[in-house]
Design a protein around this ligand. Structure first.
Ligand SMILES: [Zn+2]
Length: 200
């Protein structure tokens, strides 16, 4: 695991104490390594939505791995809400669904946690693949805002005053999670950890 602030190794997946700032993500947990058959499974999951069985299998894997992680168990006591990393609207329209949201909804049932789409992506970002760390950070900078259409408004306010698990499919440098967490923390979320199915 890595510290999402400095991208150096972090044994427990938590952000190094010295790397923590006011709006810094608190840590991230990944279920499986992004290689071999897993790469193929995630590709199929993202681009062949009719494979409903695959979604269930991946959610099972995601869940089983998380519950075996002791650090995750400690963090889980806070009962964070699950917030999927959103797609930009044109990409969502093209694909028809957000894979991160499907994962969040699957985990929501398993963990009995709320899912809340309180984030919105306000611009198209290039794929993070093939970009260097600095370019990745630049690529996602200010890409998110609070989802103003999220209702009920009261529930959004409750979530903004508590804790959140940001959910995505793949973690590489964590620039996307880092940026999304910054947006939520600026709006009052207390603690935020990333949950990704795979770790590149
Ligand atoms: Zn660090």
């Amino acid at each position: 695991m890595i510290c999402l602030a400095c991208n150096k190794p972090s044994i427990d997946g938590l952000t190094h104490p010295l790397c923590r700032g006011k709006y810094t993500i608190d840590g991230a947990f990944s279920a499986i390594a992004y290689k071999g058959i897993v790469k193929k499974l995630i590709y199929n999951f993202k681009y062949k939505p009719h494979l409903a069985d695959l979604r269930n299998t991946l959610v099972d894997l995601f869940y089983e791995s998380l519950i075996q992680n002791e650090i995750f168990q400690k963090v889980f006591i806070n009962k964070p809400a699950l917030v999927p990393i959103p797609l930009f609207k044109t990409r969502l329209q093209k694909r028809g669904y957000n894979h991160a949201q499907l994962l969040a909804e699957g985990l929501s049932k398993k963990f009995n946690l709320r899912t809340a789409k309180i984030l919105q992506r306000i611009r198209e970002t290039k794929s993070q693949f093939g970009l260097r760390l600095k370019e990745r950070k630049e690529n996602v900078k200010d890409a998110f805002i609070l989802n103003t259409k999220y209702s009920p408004r009261g529930e959004a306010d409750t979530i903004l005053n508590t804790n959140v698990f940001l959910v995505d499919d793949i973690l590489t440098t964590g620039s996307t999670l880092f940026e999304a967490a910054k947006t939520l923390k600026k709006n009052g979320v207390k603690k935020i950890w990333g949950l990704t199915l795979a770790r590149d």
